[in-house]
Design a protein around this ligand. Structure first.
Ligand SMILES: [Zn+2]
Length: 411
């Protein structure tokens, strides 16, 4: 099977003709299969004489799409990569060398990448001209677009650059991509993300940026539509900025708008009053938690006095019917050991099932760890602690069985 698809060898392959450099807007093309090899990782690697599929490179994810075959069937292309100028298309099905294919790029995906990438050029060009910082890291995937700049930028300045970038978009200026000669290149002052070799491609956003870049871009900045900064964090002495352009920006803002709309309904208030409502609710919760804690402490005190008065035992094991915060578990254990000299404990339901427990030693100074060890052996409990206090979890269907065992075991 494998040999059927191999023709020639990679090292003798001629470079693939890159249709995306002739015109970034070509989304369909005809080509001939030169080679098809089965990949160790699964699927096939298909090499054509020419392609409009842009391969993954320079921090940008690859084009995806389909090959339409002469019989009308379609073979999906899930990834595209380049090595020594030869472009490989990853498919699930093998294709006989010599076959004609009609390549169709997922245009929505490609155009989105062109919008994100050109938006990044304008933003980085403005950062470079205003602050002198370089874009030292670029990442463009289907879920995020990030740029790493070599120096710090304040939030206020990020907002100013965002506005200036959008103004450049609204001016709808031309974006030119060209391969200058070595002689011409000497006179061009351009940004570059890394040391480049081979023929340099220069992308110029008129009045905003001149940068060496290999990816497809839009022809005029107006096609970017909108650039929105959605994140900014300190990163390696500089700053990492996350942006979204075009439909991705619109989808993001629609999500934000929906959230605000839901919150105005939830709090029955205007959008401008949401933060007031959230702050008020937070303050109320804080106050209620304080009052609940006071009431719980009082209740615990009465409960302990009742228990101490009615019990002849030197220790008790309480089971709560609802989950307790770690602090409440400890408070309860401390309250018991203040009144009972022996070994005592408290159990409360755990979130994922079973129970959380604390076992504690009173004034008689018995070793809680010994009892815990026996709990491990008998019921498969887990946990740790000191001779005075141990805690952990136990998965059991019938907690009263455990309590009955504990009351007998500690004697
Ligand atoms: Zn670019």
């Amino acid at each position: 099977m494998q040999s059927l698809f191999i023709c020639g060898t990679m090292c003798s392959m001629v470079k693939t003709r890159e249709i995306y450099y002739e015109d970034a807007y070509i989304s369909e093309f005809d080509a001939t299969v030169l080679e098809c090899t089965r990949r160790d990782k699964g699927g096939f690697s298909v090499i054509l004489d020419a392609t409009a599929f842009f391969p993954e490179q320079g921090g940008q994810s690859s084009d995806i799409g389909v090959f339409r075959m002469e019989d009308g069937s379609q073979i999906p292309v899930s990834h595209t990569s380049i090595r020594d100028g030869v472009i490989s298309h990853i498919t699930d099905e093998g294709i006989e060398p010599g076959s004609a294919v009609h390549g169709i790029i997922d245009w929505e995906h490609r155009f989105s990448n062109m919008q994100q990438h050109t938006g990044e050029h304008i933003f980085s060009g403005i950062v470079n001209s205003r602050f002198g910082y370089d874009n030292v890291g670029f990442h463009l995937s289907d879920s995020e677009v990030t740029m790493d700049y070599s120096g710090p930028i304040s939030d206020e300045d990020i907002s100013r650059i965002e506005l200036a970038t959008n103004e450049a978009i609204w001016q709808n200026v031309a974006v030119r991509c060209e391969f200058p000669t070595d002689e011409e290149l000497k006179d061009i002052d351009y940004r570059s993300k890394k040391e480049l070799s081979g023929q340099i491609r220069i992308v110029t956003v008129e009045g905003y940026d001149v940068c060496a870049c290999c990816a497809p871009h839009v022809l005029r900045t107006g096609e970017i539509g909108l650039l929105k900064v959605v994140g900014c964090q300190n990163y390696k002495g500089g700053v990492r900025v996350s942006i979204l352009c075009g439909k991705r920006a619109l989808d993001y803002l629609s999500g934000c708008q929906k959230l605000v709309s839901d919150l105005t309904g939830f709090f029955t208030t205007k959008s401008s009053k949401i933060m007031d409502a959230v702050t008020r609710q937070k303050d109320e919760i804080f106050e209620l938690k304080g009052r609940l804690s006071e009431s719980t402490d009082k209740l615990l005190k009465y409960e302990m006095e009742d228990l101490a008065a009615s019990s002849e035992k030197d220790g008790v094991f309480l089971v709560r019917d609802h989950a307790l915060e770690g602090n409440d578990m400890r408070k309860t254990a401390n309250a018991i050991t203040e009144r009972f000299p022996g070994l005592s404990g408290v159990f409360a339901p755990a979130e994922g099932g079973g129970y959380r427990y604390i076992l504690a030693s009173g004034s008689a100074g018995l070793n809680a760890k010994d009892l815990q060890q026996r709990l491990f052996e008998t019921f498969g409990a887990k946990g740790g602690g000191s001779p005075q206090m141990v805690q952990g979890s136990i998965s059991c269907d019938n907690i009263s069985e455990v309590i009955k065992w504990l009351e007998e075991a500690k004697v």
